[in-house]
Design a protein around this ligand. Structure first.
Ligand code: FAD
Ligand code: NAP
Length: 537
């Protein structure tokens, strides 16, 4: 006999989003429980344990801001924390707020169906459990489903094969091995310098060269941390209203097209020296004007030429097929100089495409490469991928994947018409992956919590985005993206990395601060654009 667990709120996922959501729901007095496919908390930082994995935003900014006590009792050891420290932090959060007793690990949610009569969600798991809840929160992450290896012959490889997105917990020792890395996105760019230090030989297979800027990582600077602590409330408030959700982007209002060449060089040099995403904020027109963008691209190209000893390798590493910063910038430690090592070589797949994976390695149009291990750093089925893996059905049994067959449709990236009381954290149509995600996550969790409390206090049974509001928001999200250079890159933001995925720009580009104000205004007007009803029907 199957028993049904009855809750006010069912939360799927125990990363940054799910942990904070649980804490908030408990604080409001609701019964809530988290279901997590992994064996522990952490989400991204639980699964992505590849060598070199670390944050791309300074740690004191990429951390929760909801609890001053938590902020006081956690001190980051590095400017950019590595995965083990991030995982330790999230475990600390789970312990500090006693969250584990309401998290069920090793449990994958398979389906979520809305019962129109009861006005409740029925959620089922791979363990055969059934949960009935008034509200369902999908805190399942934007980058939690890895892209499947789509190369022929992959199953025939006799050596060890790894995907950066679900790395073995015990780690991998590449000492003395011939290793091939496929991909040159952020995961590859972080892991390549580390694998190169161990491997007998490392061959990198690059299809698209990517823009990467130096992190200039270092032990956390006590002065920076002290300044942050002393001014935290104000700095956090600034970050929340900024375009990207973190301050080191430091957006300039100056236009590159109006600056002299000398001025531009000085600005770019300063930003490069600061490290990380500072390069992205150098000029206000970088993401809007191709000429302006070309200045930043040319500056990075010159840096690559200066860093990489072999001119032919340097030319291959210079991105040429998309505008600067229209994919999330990679933030690296010693990436380009790694190609100066005698045990590292680069294969340009534009010159010699992969034909097949073989029993012994990789065969390209130019010949065979033999490996003991292959690392697939090939990315994720981003944003819609994790939602698409769950059989989500709203009113009239409508499947979310059918509704989204031509691309995701949401109102504010938070809710979907026809799917009452279902909330998405950092869903498509919100700034999400374009931002400091912890800031975006906190904003969504706070907004959802306020909304649930509002409904409860007014004895309203259901809340649902109207078709009209959703259509208006989708059009606005598309128009905003179309006004930028973002749409000119074949990025995962557009689903371009997954064959057959609709080409729709998924995140909202107008900025974290603007978006927050829009969400707050919607709530202040009694949840404008949503239908609120005392009865489920
Ligand atoms: P996740 O951390 O992805 O957690 C979602 C959880 O939901 C996962 O544990 C997953 O197992 C679980 N789940 C999914 N589907 C189901 C299901 N059906 N049933 C049960 N459980 C399910 N962002 C930044 O802002 N800065 C960074 O530096 C940064 N670095 C990153 C590095 C890597 C390698 C990756 C992949 C992403 C990075 N991101 C970064 C984005 C990162 O995903 C977010 O910052 C943040 O960790 C997301 O938290 P989350 O809780 O929303 O999702
Ligand atoms: P990604 O950016 O999608 O990169 C995947 C790489 O694999 C690309 O170079 C891609 O080439 C290549 N690839 C995919 N399929 C291939 C194939 N069949 N043959 C050859 N090459 C193939 O994925 P990611 O590096 O995992 O990063 C995803 C996102 O996660 C990032 O954008 C970022 O948001 C986040 N992340 C952040 C950090 C960090 O710095 N903190 C680290 C890792 C990830 P093409 O470009 O040609 O498709």
């Amino acid at each position: 006999m199957t028993t049904t667990t009855t809750l006010d709120v069912v939360i799927v996922g125990a990363g940054f989003s799910g942990l904070y959501m649980l804490h908030k729901m408990r604080g409001l007095g609701f019964t809530a429980r988290v279901y997590e496919a992994g064996g522990g908390v952490g989400g991204t930082w639980y699964w992505n344990r590849y060598p070199g994995a670390r944050v791309d935003i300074e740690s004191h900014e990429y951390s929760y801001s909801f609890s001053p006590e938590l902020e006081d009792d956690w001190v980051w050891t590095e400017r950019y924390a590595a995965q083990p420290e991030l995982l330790k932090y999230l475990n600390h959060v789970a312990d500090r707020f006693d969250l584990r007793r309401d998290i069920q690990f090793d449990t994958r949610v398979q389906a979520a169906h809305f019962d129109e009569t009861a006005g409740r969600w029925t959620v089922t798991t791979d363990g055969g459990e059934t949960i009935s809840a008034r509200f369902c929160v999908m805190a399942i992450g934007c980058l939690s489903v890895t892209k499947e290896v789509d190369l022929p012959g992959a199953e025939t490889f006799q050596g060890a094969a790894y995907h950066t997105g679900h790395w073995p917990h015990e780690g991998v020792d590449f000492s003395g091995l011939r290793v091939g890395v496929i991909g040159t996105g952020s995961s590859a760019i972080q892991s390549i310098p580390q694998i190169a230090k161990q491997a007998a030989h490392l061959t990198v297979f690059q299809r698209t060269a990517n823009y990467s800027v130096p992190a200039h990582n270092a032990p956390a600077d006590p002065e920076v941390l002290a300044h942050w602590k002393a001014n935290r409330a104000e700095l956090r408030a600034q970050a929340r209203l900024s375009p990207t959700g973190f301050l080191s982007w430091d957006p300039s209002e100056a236009l590159a097209v109006e600056a002299t060449e000398e001025e531009r060089q000085a600005v770019f040099e300063d930003r490069w020296r600061r490290g990380g995403f500072a390069m992205g904020g150098a000029y206000a027109d970088t993401l809007a004007d191709m000429t302006a963008n070309g200045y930043a691209a040319a500056f990075v190209a010159d840096k690559i030429r200066a860093l990489v000893a072999d001119p032919a390798t340097a030319e291959k590493l210079i991105p040429k097929s998309y505008p600067f910063a229209t994919k999330r910038l990679c933030v690296d430690i010693d990436y380009h100089v790694t190609y100066n090592r005698p045990n590292v070589s680069l294969v340009d797949l534009r010159e010699e495409p992969i034909e097949t994976i073989t029993a012994t390695g990789v065969r390209t149009a130019a010949g065979d490469y033999a490996f003991d291990a292959i690392v697939y750093a090939i990315g994720f089925d981003a944003m819609t991928g994790p939602l698409g893996r769950i059989d989500i059905r709203g009113r009239g049994g409508l499947a979310l994947k059918d509704k989204w067959a031509e691309g995701p449709r949401t109102y504010l990236g938070l809710m979907v018409a026809g799917f009452p009381n279902l909330f998405l954290v950092t869903g498509p149509g919100s700034p999400s992956v374009l931002s400091n995600m912890v800031v975006s996550i906190e904003q969504h969790v706070d907004w959802i919590s306020d909304c649930v409390a509002y409904l409860h206090n007014r004895q309203l049974a259901v809340m649902e985005a109207t078709e009209e509001a959703e259509a208006g928001w989708v059009a606005h999200v598309n128009e905003s993206a179309d006004a930028t250079l973002y749409v000119q890159a074949n990025s995962w933001y557009l689903g371009a990395n997954i064959p057959g995925k609709p080409r729709v720009f998924m995140p909202y580009v107008a900025g974290v601060g603007v978006y927050r104000e829009t969400c707050d205004a919607v709530a202040a007007k009694g949840y404008e654009g949503f239908a609120l009803s005392p009865t489920p029907g």
